[in-house]
Design a protein around this ligand. Sequence first.
Ligand code: UTP
Length: 408
Amino acid sequence: MDYQQAMEKLAAAGQEHVMQYYEELTQEQKELLLTQIESTDFGVLSSLEDKKGENVRGKITPLAAMQLSQIREKEGEFRAIGLEAVKKGKVGAVLLAGGMGTRLGSDDPKGMYNIGLTREVYIFQRLIENLLEVVKEAGAWVPLYVMTSDKNHEATVRFLTEHEFFGYQKEYVTFFMQEMAPACDYQGKVYMEEKWKISTSPNGNGGWYSSMYKWGVAQKAMEDGVEWLNVFAVDNVLQRIADPCFVGAVIANQCAVGAKVVRKCAPDEKIGVMCSEDGRPSIVEYYELTEELMNAKDENGDPAYYFGVILNYLFKIEDLEKIREKNLPLHIVEKKIPHLDEQGQKVKPQSPNGYKFEQLVLDMIHELDSCLPFEVERNREFAPIKNATGIDSVESARALCRENGIEL
Ligand code: UTP
């Protein structure tokens, strides 16, 4: 793309300020900027105008979860089916590690955070240790796919390599990168990260499968005989991955996807809950949960929307293939976006200063025909690290690790 074409594209999107430093740039920087303008989809910014229509939802009704008591009754059967699938190499694990973890406030990828007190216990290490337990039980490696982003790929690969993948066989670890989207101020003008670079941020965790496909990693997984992908967040240090009982339950119930869920600790807990929307599986975000839904009861008189998702899903690849080309909704998220100020000086804001655009994995659920919400014991499997202190923090996760006998 040449200067003229870039100016035309920017003018059409109302983003001409991107060129304000152009004359100061070296030839190499000019080329970098022109290439970035060419590849940037400024179309996402137009979703700001539709922001008001964002929360239009279909008819919400309860979707029953398979509860602990029901799971215990069939545990033996489920575990046997799941273990068999793992042994045959049919189950892969996808670590979503492309996020920026801004709330935690560390400049490193979140998985590099050390939660240990008397020894080093990195978040990545905790997750891999949990997965290794299944590998040991099944006597077979579970292919591990790690999604990173432009912002943390190098650091993540270097860190895991330096730590020899915390005991995981490196032939079974594959990296792929997610897409980026421009980030803008409250007026919809994109921020500049450098004089030759538009601020971008990872485009959410909803694009994981299309990115995996774009990198050829999904095709390779299918060739290798992988049929199920257990997608999980980087920040829950207690979660079970490729858990045979969960895998077996989803297979036995012939569902397109399974979602691990926990019983909420309070009706207004900030966690998305499973539901049915216009007859299809779906998730209501906590901020969309009306008083009426919060107090609704199911046919047994129990709270109807009480099982929250913990970002641990088991997807059937065959069904993912059917929705690979679908456009998921874009969510506008208020975040802290580092940028150049009017004087061209770098600023690292302390509070949110604009918007990022994200697709979310939970929107994939609604595209699929069937979902099994599968209850797990909250104190044994849910210790998310979102913040440095307080709720869902390093402190709360440490306490839960101790409760589960994990030495820190
Ligand atoms: P979060 O919603 O906690 O987002 O991600 P985040 O960006 O990591 O953290 P904050 O909000 O800035 O503090 C939930 C999971 O989805 C992954 C994260 O790495 C985490 O495992 N994720 C999120 C991605 O892989 N890509 C993204 O673009 C966003």
